[in-house]
Ligand binder design. Sequence first.
Ligand SMILES: Cc1ncc(COP(=O)(O)O)c(C=O)c1O
Length: 393
Amino acid sequence: MRRDPLAFLGIELDSLKQQGLFRQLRILNGEQGHKSTFDGRSVVNLSSNNYLGLTTHPRLREAALESVRTLGAGSGSVRTIAGTMDIHMELERRLAAFKKTEAVVVFQSGFAANAGTVAAVLTKDDVVVSDQLNHASIIDGARLSRATIKVFPHKDVDAARKVLKELPASQRKLLITDGVFSMDGDLGALPDLCALAEEFECIMMVDDAHASGVFGKNGRGTIDHFGMHGRVDIQVGTLSKAIGALGGYVAGSQSLIEFLYHRARPFLFSTSHPPAVVAACIAAIDVLEQEPELIDRLWDNTRFFKAGLKELGFNTGLSESPITPVIAGDGALAMKLSDRLFDEGVFAQGIAFPTVARDAARVRTIVTATHTREELQFALDVFARVGRELGIR
Ligand SMILES: Cc1ncc(COP(=O)(O)O)c(C=O)c1O
């Protein structure tokens, strides 16, 4: 009989199980909401990126349904062949106006937007100077580009400056940061990095996935929040988190966008969004513009919950956003914390190495605009009880 050539995968999985790091996927039974049923259990949901509750907003639902009726279920092609529909162009125009840039191109996901853009813009002769905690899609894009990758310690602008100083002036450089860091919830050092990019003539790029719909006027992101309009050459946003549907986009100059039409491989070689996704995203921009009270509610809930966790004595790191980690340290302990919270009716996913450093495993909480105060207080009470039981506070 043939030996299983994938047997080594089983060995790796056994090792994860021995370390208490093996995870079964949690299955959502029904809608993504502030209170949802996962694996048959009703829980306060602190694990989604559905910041504004738009996954189930009536205007998004209706727009998606209507577009299926009039335009069908799929686009049938990649964008560069026959898969660019009117509605794709309308979404890009709306996003460009929203982001105050000349143009926008939409990708199938935020991951594709980051990886596709970095890989398209840079060549092996270039350098990418990247924050240590930037998202995996930036790292993968940098690897695909074959550019030299220089990583600076998290938010250490002086270290970034040192790296840039040592590079030849003539070399093309991309300086890149997340706007909001997805595991810690802190903000990128945008104003200082923009100044550095100007001093060293770098291309400045910001991945605003977790800031889209959350920071800035009407959710325009950290570039708006910090008043950096015109100083960031490549802005990435996602349509998959606060926007409530799916996709990613790049906002920038007309020539950047036209270049990406020709060179970004996920744009060239993967089918475009179905009309329902696009229509939902357009409806989400309407909601951001017309219902800013959702963002106010998100921030009210964020302040309440963050203060509650701190008061209980948990290590919540340096978060400045609705993402608040509760850092347990050891990976197995973080997973145990997550499991016990779940048993008690609170879903906060455990996150361990390699997503975060080995000694900084955590559960990550994200509140949304739609959580009620009672739900958040309930979650805090459960955190207090389980934290005490596991000796985490
Ligand atoms: C910082 C950051 N950038 C990009 C992405 C990718 O976005 P998407 O889920 O739309 O692919 C994520 C999502 O995990 C993220 O956290």
